[in-house]
Design a protein around this ligand. Sequence first.
Ligand code: ZN
Length: 451
Amino acid sequence: MPGERLLLDAIASTALLRGPRAADEFLQKTELWRPEQLLPHQLKRLQHVLHHAVDAVPFYRERAAAYAGFLQAEPSLDSWHSVPWLSRADVLDQREALRAGRFPPEQQVEREANSSGSTGRHVSVLVSRASSRVIDAIAERDHRWHERDTALSAAAIRAVPRGTKLAGGGKRAWGRGGGRLSVLEVHTPVREQLDWLLEREPAYIATYASNARALLQAAKARGIRWSALRELGTFGEVVDDSLRQLAQAVWGVPLVDAYSCVELGYLALQCPKHPHYHVQSENVLLEVVKPDGGSALPGETGRVVVSTLHNYAMPLLRYDLGDYAVVGQPCDCGRGLPVLERVVGRVRNLMRLRTDEGDDVLWPRYASNVLGKYFAVRQFRLTQVAYEDFVLALVSDPLGAEKEANLRRMVLQQLERNVPHPLNLEIRYVSEIPRGAGGKFEDFVCDFREE
Ligand SMILES: [Zn+2]
């Protein structure tokens, strides 16, 4: 093991020079460390990244005074907390100013990562070679944790940006074993997706949680399964227990989720022993911050704020992703990496309400599992259009007056549980509910939030 100051640098250099598998040998050791053992390395590295940023990135240079507190002292969590947050709006509006004017050779820009935001505006981040290789090493760790055989075939059903490597089709391997990866555009109708999967019978599938649910429901209805399938992987959306149960019931396989974002890559991977997540502390410093500004403790919910440890080309530091997560207790699996119990969703998936004390928000509970179970509904989305007004869009044959009244009652009952005023629900039948441009699907959206 290298000296304290060099640990994260050594992981990046190893990933660059000797490949992701060699870097994963490092990761096998560091994943056993307690968070308080890794933290000094992260803070030291962040000081290094921030020094570079203030020197070479206009956005940080212009705000240098705000970072002096952290840069001028021995790095500590306290002084780190004085570093201002970076918002999504900053990343959208200050894109040019956030690019480094110069950087070391291993930090040459390798690619541009694009994420489509909820507002339809694209966040675009330059990713350096070193940062890309570390992300590859974390992917290697993910395969190791979940004991994937990379000689077997895999299928990804996702949004495929035009003009990218993925869009090209053709044969690709997805890991060292040379197993073939097939990619299908997620906007393909689900029946066709299933036919496509059946032709390939992959051992592994990776897709968005909402698409996984649609596939499982369609496969259940048509009695489709194949024995080669080992795992259903998900990413990019919130996963709940009912989806894990459905994967076991219909296909007899575990569901393995990963928490990532296009701007920084892997943030947390699912533990091999539990459905919760381990933060990828060698790639990012991930903070969960409560509304009062304090750090969330186990069981508490807060905003996810992340900082890159490796991307000097366009360093995002204390970047407010807009996600909320619940912090978990330390894990009994032997890995010391911090635990996220759940990722609960994005700001726009919060319901707004008026109370005597003023505005408030909550994670809505509504009869989402009831909808598919008791009513012939193929897809749905609930939209809050005003404090008291909701629209439930259904892809379904008309339910008839009685069923519709039942459905309205059930949904309103759930919604009104923690709300001090009555609510209105309009039901609309639609032919389809489109995904966002980034392929993501949200079944609850608050539509009148200032962003
Ligand atoms: Zn664990």
